[in-house]
Design a binder for this molecule. Structure first.
Ligand SMILES: [Zn+2]
Length: 255
């Protein structure tokens, strides 16, 4: 059984809490993107950090759960775009948590700029061009040196959590998802829940690789998904979108 509660996190932001065994997944909506806590035995993992100046919202949401910044042991970055790493430096300073990022994006984090991804539609291709021209002026943030860089699956047992980090490249070369209890997946921008029917992200550096990551995620047997943008959703929506994505790929390769 999954219990869902609404937990006020702060201001206008609301948190969603789900409980399963000893871990809770708590969404912290930050306007532009979501951050998540995974709480196990009074310790928290933080996944993503929103844009710049989101640190107080995140700490307040944690406080509403009865925890303090020192309870965050690990900050996992699903990738290094500015709307996921903006408050990372402030949160590292406040928490002393270790930072984990994929090896392919460690340099981005050290430089405080994760680049601007390619568009996947005509409109977002145009936006991408503008974003690339703006570069660091638009997508920059305070640089941080990661403590842990990974290239493959990374277990979270050491951090008191029944789960692991799974590389799911495509949106970016170092995109990662966090799998909890083999049932819940926190997926960053690998799945984008802002459209009614599709979960395909409006931006992706490598669409074919993204689809391979979708298949990998589907094979984890997770049932519930927590994206970087939009609300959580269940496997049915993912299955439908995966089928559409495969057709899109077949059509593209037949051209
Ligand atoms: Zn992104």
């Amino acid at each position: 059984m999954i219990l869902t509660n609404d937990a006020k996190s702060c201001g206008s932001a609301e948190g969603e809490m789900e409980t399963r065994n000893q871990s809770q997944i708590v969404r912290v909506p930050l306007g532009r993107a979501n951050a998540y806590f995974v709480i196990s035995e009074g310790q928290a993992l933080l996944i993503d950090t929103g844009t710049k100046r989101n640190e107080q919202k995140i700490v307040q949401a944690l406080g509403n759960l009865g925890l303090s910044p020192s309870n965050i042991r690990l900050i996992i970055l699903t990738h290094t775009h500015y709307d996921h790493c903006g408050s990372l430096k402030a949160l590292k300073d406040m928490t002393g948590a270790r930072i984990v990022v994929h090896h392919n994006e460690a340099t981005c984090l050290r430089e405080g700029y994760g680049g601007f991804p390619k568009g996947t539609t005509r409109l977002t291709k145009a936006i991408s061009l503008i974003g690339r021209t703006m570069g660091k002026r638009m997508g920059g943030y305070d640089p941080v040196s990661p403590d842990i860089t990974i290239r493959e699956r990374f277990g979270l047992k050491e951090y008191g959590t029944d789960g692991y980090i799974l590389p799911t490249p495509g949106h970016t070369a170092g995109s990662m998802s966090v799998i909890i209890h083999n049932r819940y997946a926190i997926v960053g921008d690998t799945l984008f829940n802002v459209f009614r029917k599709s979960l395909f992200p409006p931006f992706a550096d490598d669409e074919e690789e993204l689809l391979r990551s979708w298949e990998k995620l589907y094979d984890t047997a997770c049932r519930s998904f927590y994206p970087g943008h939009g609300n959580s959703f269940e496997i049915d929506k993912f299955r439908q979108s995966l089928e559409t994505g495969k057709k899109r790929k077949a059509k593209a390769s037949a051209k």
